[in-house]
Design a protein around this ligand. Structure first.
Ligand code: TYM
Length: 454
């Protein structure tokens, strides 16, 4: 069963390391590839709690976006966007503050850690204190069932669940979906190169992904191994040894890993060789991701387009949840229509921006005439690498469903999804009216689904 999955990343300045990647990002990408609907966003509002210099924040946001895109969050099934572009996050946070107690908030790690470190409360901003409530809003807006995060974020997903439960109970509704954290036992707290603490930029125990290879080599070469081993001929311990933990993660040559472990235990391989092989494996494993980073850096318009489409798709869902929340609490019944109280998706590609319209060949696998509309024809359209989308076209006055089935037409594939009745159209057929006023579809009989036209 396909699920709704959501996660976020804060552009607080640390560059992506293998801990973030294997702990949160890879599980996320795998969940999307397995057919789940994934929402992934850059939590730039959360970053304001620590980054209060404009240029620094802009730079951090850009880096995180490019890093995440390079790791695959723009594939099919993914909605990738910036939190600040969807106003509903802040709007829902305001409401949720009323459904959590001060006592519970005071027990949250981020705040408690500051107090324990002796930071004066005058120097703890309210953004940091409220951080978990904004995070709850992030999660609850999309009805996320699963939230893949590292172990450090578990408490935050739990409070989101508590808030949702409390909200539903107090309003006597089932408005909010209760989320579950998804944390891998082994990777939810990937150990750093010091062999003891969680990998974290602030502890200086990371192995990077995008850094210069000279830096990564140093990080790997300095990695803690078996301290009892004085020379390469001493038998060494593999279990719990971070170098082998990392080999298991990204060395895809499993026969080599098994051989290295055997030799290490027998005392016939040195630490240096094991680490050098780890570096070679890192280069292989992350080569494609690093190349994609170069691509996105060179193509800022493509990045902007992905984010714009992502934000539009996110708004569509967020606005619906917020409207339900307004209704549940009693903010919408008098004198206002709920739909005017929440922001509407804005068009992303206008005709001023014609050059950016993406036209692709789509093959209609199935077409039908929905009973709830007189005008629309519903099509399931195969776009090859983009997957299958549902598209509604207002052409029923001229065509029947049978006129679509099994044929290839050209569609616009990069406009934001549009609501049609209770459904969403994920693109638009290209048609032009002839001199008799009949819209003519653009049929491309032989082309492969997904082919870009024009
Ligand atoms: P952030 O930006 O600190 O970290 C991004 C993700 O990486 C995970 N992580 C790790 N996982 C395993 N081992 C490690 N050594 C390691 N280091 C980091 C983090 O747990 C996280 O999943 N508050 C969040 C962002 C956020 C969010 C959300 C997440 C905002 N709203 C809603 C989920 C749902 C944060 O600052 O993550």
């Amino acid at each position: 069963m396909s699920k709704i999955i959501l996660t976020g990343v804060t552009p607080s300045g640390s560059s992506l390391h293998v801990g973030n990647y294997f702990g949160a990002l890879k599980p996320l990408v795998d969940l999307g590839t397995a057919g789940n609907q994934v929402y992934c966003f850059v939590s730039d509002l959360h970053a304001l709690t620590t980054v209060q210099d404009r240029a620094t924040l802009e730079n951090n946001v850009k880096n995180v976006i490019i890093n995440y895109l390079s790791c695959g969050v723009e594939a099919q099934n993914f909605v990738f966007f910036r939190q600040s572009e969807v106003a509903e996050h802040a709007q829902l946070e305001t409401i949720l503050t009323n459904y959590v107690g001060l006592g519970q908030m005071k027990r949250m790690h981020a705040y408690k850690d500051k107090l324990e470190k002796g930071v004066d409360t005058e120097n703890i901003n309210m953004g940091l204190f409220n951080y978990p409530i904004l995070m709850a809003a992030d999660i609850l807006l999309y009805g996320a069932q699963g939230v893949p995060v590292g172990a450090d974020q578990k408490q935050h997903v739990e409070i989101a669940r508590d808030i949702a439960q409390n909200f539903n109970k107090k309003t006597g509704t089932q408005t909010l979906v209760l989320p579950e954290p998804i944390i891998s036992d082994q990777l939810g707290r990937l150990v750093g190169t010091d062999g003891s603490r969680k990998m974290s930029k602030s502890l200086g125990n990371v192995i990077g992904i995008f850094d210069d290879y000279k830096v990564i080599e140093k990080q790997i070469m300095n990695c803690y191994t078996d301290p009892k081993r004085k020379s390469a001929s001493d038998p060494g311990t593999v279990e719990g040894n971070p170098v082998f933990l990392y080999h298991d993660l990204w060395n895809e040559d499993k026969a080599e890993v098994a051989e290295l472990k055997r030799r290490y235990q027998a005392g016939t391989v040195g630490d240096v060789e094991v680490k050098q092989r780890l570096l070679v494996a890192h280069k292989k494993y992350f080569a494609a991701i690093r190349a994609r980073k170069g691509h996105f850096e060179q193509n800022p318009a493509e990045v902007a387009q992905i984010l714009a489409v992502g934000a539009a798709r996110a708004r569509l869902v967020a606005a619906q949840t917020l409207a339900k929340v307004y209704k549940a609490v009693g903010l919408s019944a008098q004198f206002v229509k709920p739909e005017v109280m929440v922001s509407q998706p804005r068009p992303v590609v206008s005709f001023d921006n014609f050059a950016r319209v993406e036209w692709r060949v789509g093959r209609v696998i199935e077409a039908s005439e929905p009973a709830w509309s007189k005008k629309l024809i519903e099509q399931k359209v195969d776009f090859g690498p983009l997957g299958v989308r549902t598209i509604f076209s207002g052409l029923r006055a001229w065509y029947t469903a049978a006129d679509f089935t099994g044929r290839n037409f050209v569609y616009v594939t990069n406009i934001p999804p549009r609501k049609m009745g209770d459904f969403v159209s994920e693109g638009m057929i290209v048609a032009a009216t002839d001199e008799m006023g009949v819209p003519q579809r653009w049929e491309v009989a032989g082309a492969a689904p997904g082919t870009v036209v024009g």
